[in-house]
Design a protein around this ligand. Structure first.
Ligand SMILES: *[C@@H]1O[C@H](CO)[C@@H](O)[C@H](O)[C@H]1NC(C)=O
Ligand SMILES: *[C@@H]1O[C@H](CO)[C@@H](O)[C@H](O)[C@H]1NC(C)=O
Length: 227
């Protein structure tokens, strides 16, 4: 059982090369609750989703499904503690994404094309693949759409469609990356804004055991004893 709080960065699958470990300052202040405190939002309940294991000689990465668009299309993503954005293969991507399920933005009534193109380069965490540099490169186009996980949804979530990728990404049995870092934007920031506790936990098992899970917004206390 691994527990991740908002400020932990453990087991990164992919890490943005440009990311810096900058100390974070949390500004605290006390204040008198406003008279309309009864309007305070109700916290969302945690949700648990199954994870599949990317096994390549050893247990490498655990991935699961989110939904994107209206009607929702299923997009498989690795939940990555080393990055903070969401990007996944799209029908704008040619042969380099042919191994993956591609999201079709033209079939989503809520997709908004933001039109900005960019590229990002990743390195990987220890034990995944010690390659640094242009071997892990994604070309992206920005947009927004409704994104969901485990039945929770966030409208107008920032995301990036993959329009090209290097072969290192082409072998992945999932279509994209959902960043979970302390500075995660998009889906998780949106869920926290809706009242979901800023916490997630992972039950990571070897492939032979299976039934790995991620709980978003809480901890599955049935998965361990003695905490
Ligand atoms: C993701 O969804 C697909 C169906 O679209 C399903 O076959 C697969 O088992 C799901 N993966 C996980 C980890 O839940
Ligand atoms: C995709 O990227 C590869 C390099 O990984 C490049 O050779 C190719 O020209 C690019 N394709 C497009 C359509 O940009």
């Amino acid at each position: 059982m691994f527990l991740f709080s908002g400020l932990s960065l453990l087991l990164p699958a992919y890490v943005l090369v440009t990311a810096q470990a900058v100390p974070q300052t949390i500004h605290l202040q006390s204040r008198i609750p406003p008279a309309a405190a009864t309007l305070r939002r109700r916290a969302l309940d945690p949700v648990t989703v199954p994870l599949a294991d990317f096994f390549l000689g050893t247990d490498l990465q655990w991935f699961g499904n989110i939904t994107v668009g209206t009607p929702p299309q299923t997009v498989s993503v690795v939940f990555d503690t080393g990055s903070s954005t969401l990007e996944f293969a799209s029908t704008l991507c040619g042969a380099s994404c042919d191994n993956q399920v591609k999201f079709d933005s033209s079939k989503s009534s809520t997709f908004v094309d933001r039109g900005t193109t960019s590229s990002i380069t990743f390195s990987t965490g220890v034990g995944v693949d010690p390659v640094v540099g242009a071997n892990y490169r994604l070309t992206l186009r920005s947009g927004t759409d409704t994104v969901g996980i485990g039945g929770l949804t966030v409208p107008a979530t920032s995301l990036f469609l993959i329009t090209n990728q290097t072969a290192k990404f082409g072998i992945d049995p999932f279509s994209g990356i959902q960043g979970m870092s302390a500075r995660a934007q998009g889906l998780f920031a949106g869920l926290i804004a809706q009242g979901l506790p800023s916490l997630f936990s992972l039950f990571l098992t070897p492939q032979a055991v299976g039934n790995a899970e991620m709980t978003v917004g809480g901890i599955d206390t049935t998965k361990f004893t003695g905490f």
